[in-house]
Design a protein around this ligand. Structure first.
Ligand SMILES: [Mg+2]
Length: 323
């Protein structure tokens, strides 16, 4: 006997969160709940505006279609919509006892511009110190100086940088010029410095600053391979698809000698705790990129350990479908 419920949520975002061309006021999505023979599993389906190709309505319809078939005893193919495939695969994995409970709740703190604030946060961090800095938002020269300041102030720090394909090759070079050559090997990777993967590869080879693929992972025809200057692939399950698909990418990355970094697509605390479990399970040696909890004003059902933010409970959610 199977039952399934789809809950819809809408949580307020912190003011001023802009995704590409759009101000995001609420984080919208679904929680899916599967039950069978006294077992249960949950997942979050939350396509990210401007990044996911599917809309929230399309995700809801696809989830409903899948759930109707599953409810009747079928084992439907995974949805073609990544957010739906991911959320449902998490629910199935919990239901089948395949997703371990242990989690990696360490996260690489994210710096959006103020290095002093990050230095304070890092001083409270124990063990391996890894932080992430968004670059490409200001002058490349300023980015280079911020990176120098951080690496100089915190001698055991390694940095992940993310330029989101925003630089021309010339701009990327002016960034690199300002980074002290002695510090370059403490840049674990710089995600997608240039507008094209070819330019980014050439940049990595010529500057000795390692790069990582993120946007490219979702491009048609992307293949994980060993490439000079490439250190990592960033895996955002909500944008990639089912757990099975993520597992494939992670093992391909590991086989090619690359680090695989599980990262968030601004999921709620519910989705983030699941991503922390997935990271602990599939990428145990790597700190995941999950420092987005505080972009949403409320947690959802499952708390992030140690967070004192309010929690929206299941009883406050609208049931969008159940059977
Ligand atoms: Mg990125």
């Amino acid at each position: 006997m199977r039952t399934a419920t789809l809950y819809r949520f809408k949580l307020p975002m912190e003011a001023g969160i802009i995704l590409r061309y759009q101000r995001l006021k609420t984080r919208d999505g679904f929680l899916v709940h599967l039950q069978e023979n006294g077992q249960q599993g949950w997942g979050e389906i939350s396509p990210l505006p401007e990044f996911s190709k599917e809309t929230i309505e399309q995700a809801g319809q696809a989830a409903e279609t899948w759930l109707k078939q599953w409810r009747l005893g079928a084992e439907p193919d995974e949805s073609e919509l990544p957010s739906v495939a991911f959320g449902i695969s998490c629910a199935l994995a919990e239901l089948q006892g395949k997703l371990p409970k242990d989690a990696n709740y360490r996260k690489a703190p994210l710096c959006n511009g103020d290095p002093d604030e990050l230095i304070v946060r890092l001083s409270n961090m124990s063990g391996q110190k890894v932080a992430k800095v968004k670059v490409g938002l200001y002058e490349a020269v300023r980015d280079g100086m911020v990176v120098n300041v951080l690496l100089e102030a915190v001698p055991d720090l390694s940095l992940r940088l993310d330029a989101n394909r925003s630089w021309s090759r010339a701009k990327a070079d002016s960034f690199a010029k300002y980074v002290n050559p002695d510090y370059r090997n403490r840049i674990a990777f710089l995600e997608e410095p240039c507008q094209t993967p070819e330019q980014s590869l050439a940049f990595a080879r010529e500057t000795g600053i390692a790069i990582a693929w993120d946007e490219s992972v979702r491009d048609e025809g992307f293949k994980v391979e060993e490439q000079a200057g490439v250190a990592a692939v960033v895996i955002k399950p909500t944008l990639i698809g089912s757990l099975a698909r993520c597992c494939q990418l992670i093992s391909a990355a590991h086989n090619a000698g690359l680090e695989a970094v599980i990262s968030s697509s601004i999921e709620t605390s519910f989705g983030l705790t699941q991503l922390a479990r997935i990271a602990h399970w599939l990428t145990p040696a790597t700190i995941p990129g999950l420092d987005t909890l505080e972009l949403i004003q409320s947690q959802l059902v499952r708390r992030w350990p140690g967070s004192t933010m309010p929690v929206t409970g299941l009883d406050e959610l609208e049931i969008s479908w159940c059977s």
